[in-house]
Design a protein around this ligand. Sequence first.
Ligand code: MBD
Ligand code: FE
Length: 271
Amino acid sequence: MTIERTRTILKDLERTLLRFMRKHKITHEEYRRATDILVATVKAGEESLLYDVFFEAEATDIANIGRQGGVEAVEGPFYLPDAPKLEAPYVLPQRSDEADDVLFLRGCVMSADGTPLAGVELDMWQADAAGHYSNIHPNMPEWNLRARFHSGSDGTFEVRTIVPPPYEIPKGGPTGAVLSALGRHFFRPAHLHLKIRHPEYSELTSQLYFEGGDYLDSDVANAVREGLVTPLVRQDDPKELAARGRQKPYFEVRYDFMLVPLHAGDVRRRA
Ligand code: MBD
Ligand code: FE
């Protein structure tokens, strides 16, 4: 981001907001109410939650225009770098009695021409059965349901985790207060977050949703996009259960990630 672009954007933002204030005859009390809300989000530990709910999907839609490879998804407010690296067979860090159904996510990472890519880093994070993210919400083990792992020599990967529930924005905080004032509900559909990385390819931020799940059509963050919604398949075949050492039926999701070479990605970004 050049200083020229920063200046252009800031000037237009200022002009736009001043015009908006004049149009609505914003009072001093209303103005202070707005700045108080922004300050309160930080104090409540909601950090970018308010902005991500209202504006992040627009930025990813803009990034997806003319983009090759997989659909870019919102990162959301809860990504943290440097998650633990796993050894195969991959299991996301979790409590011994981690609640909710077991989920196996598997697939292949490939380049846009279908060539499988080995040694790709998958950096995954998700909510637990209570809808909480580790290292953000209190009383959870560090790095719970967050980890990095790799695609194998044939480009495939498999990781065991749990099926997350829909995510509910905290009702008691400033983001919840804004949603209440608008008369909106507080939910995002259940989802898995992943960042897919390879030194020679453009990093892809993805997010997977489950077909038939609640709130797919009314995501409070309006971030569900075609190509990110996958079938959640229940597996109860005794042979399959035995092969995986599972006592109870589990779920499976298959998803392939497509990366574009760094060079092509850069050209797209400059265009
Ligand atoms: C989330 O978990 C999330 O992924 C987004 C985009 C916004 C709020 C909470
Ligand atoms: Fe999320």
